[in-house]
Design a protein around this ligand. Structure first.
Ligand code: PEP
Ligand code: MN
Length: 360
């Protein structure tokens, strides 16, 4: 479907668009203090979660409607426009009643077409900008589907927020960026503004700067960052929040790029390919480490049962299965055998250590 988007904060608005504020509204004082310290820094929108979609019940699930009055005060006192997450009809109605300026749909809502449709239906006939975060799973179609549902409700001021994708196993990110997905979205919809939520991608403070810069280098239109007056004491997402002063430093140190969305550098930038390679290498070595742990377990078993470490029949079976499978994916037999041999040698070494009672 063809979609024509309008700028979310007016055509004259400068880029990049900066959104900052706490993960959650906790107390009136915390909300107002953050806003007072952020307002002089020239941010464009003040964020605070009022209803929080938490992974496990029992975690802080948001202050609810009373927090909306605090956001109204933020606007009255500082002039900052405000934004909050909505996930159902009641959230939309309450947020509109309190004059919230911009709504966002969270990653755990974007995954569910029923919920997105419910929010879209609640928005029919309302003229308000809506930001749509990527779904937690790396599914571009689902993200586009959410954009279409909101668009069909008559909303034209739409932007998307890239907050990374959930991932099994350890990585240096809380949510892996998979830059190629938002970049593909931008290729399909060049006038759809895209913002980077570096806080939820990183999950920690020390990488916020690098990820924000990466997004700007990819020609993103802005950033959403979590800021809290006392981050360590935050009721949600403590590890990734920074103080207003730290936020000031972060934005001062960013290099803003001038190029437009049609800049070919955006699409041809090899950095995003390099990033993907780095992510895959990280996964590869984690999986190899896991494989070695399993081999050590087998080593223990062989030791208890007095079985020889090298089992040629099993080895042949592994090589045959892997080469056949890899061949269908365009990998040569030689290459696969070489990789497997290196892995096998390392497992044998580790199993021998187990057999001889050495620490592995
Ligand atoms: C948030 O912005 O605090 C939030 C809950 O984010 P996400 O939807 O990206 O998980
Ligand atoms: Mn958060």
């Amino acid at each position: 479907m063809t979609m024509n988007f309008q700028p979310i904060l007016g055509a004259e608005h400068k880029r990049p668009l900066l959104i900052a504020g706490p993960c959650s509204a906790e107390t009136e004082e915390q909300v107002l203090q953050t806003a007072r310290e952020l307002a002089p820094q020239g941010i464009d929108l003040f964020r605070a979660g009022i209803w929080k979609p938490r992974t496990r019940p029992g975690e802080f699930e948001g202050i609810g409607t009373p927090g909306l009055a605090w956001l109204r005060r933020v606007k009255e006192e500082t002039g900052l426009r405000t934004t909050t997450e909505v996930a159902n009809t009641q959230h939309v109605f309450e947020a509109l009643k309190y004059g919230i300026d911009v709504l966002w749909i969270g990653a755990r809502t974007t995954v569910n077409p029923f919920s997105v449709q419910e929010v879209a239906d609640a928005l029919a006939g309302v003229d308000i900008p809506v930001l749509i975060k990527n779904p937690v799973n790396p599914d571009l179609k689902l993200w586009i589907g959410a954009i279409e549902r909101v668009y069909k409700a008559g909303i034209r001021r739409i932007a998307v927020i890239h907050r990374g994708f959930s991932h099994h196993g350890e990585t240096r990110y809380r949510n892996v960026p998979r830059w190629q997905i938002p970049i593909e979205l931008k290729r399909l919809f060049p006038d759809l503004p895209i913002l980077c939520d570096n806080s939820h991608i990183c999950g920690r403070r020390d990488t916020l700067q690098a990820v924000a810069q990466q997004a700007l280098d990819f020609n993103y239109d802005g950033l959403m960052t979590e800021v809290h007056p006392t981050p360590d004491a935050a009721w949600s997402d403590a590890a990734q929040q920074i103080t207003p002063a730290q936020y000031g430093l972060l934005t001062q140190q960013l290099h803003f790029r001038e190029s437009g969305a049609e800049d070919p550098a955006f699409l041809q930038n090899i950095d995003h390919l390099r990033h993907q390679i780095d992510d895959i290498d990280e996964e590869l070595f984690q999986m190899l480490a896991q494989r070695m742990k399993l081999a050590q377990g087998i080593g223990e078993y062989k030791k208890r049962n007095n079985i020889a470490i090298v089992q040629p029949a099993r080895w042949n079976e592994i090589v045959e299965r892997a080469t056949a499978k890899a061949r269908t994916q365009g990998l040569s037999d030689d290459f696969v055998e070489m990789v497997l041999r290196a892995i096998h040698e390392e497992s044998i070494k580790q199993q021998s250590k187990v057999l001889h009672g050495e620490a592995v």
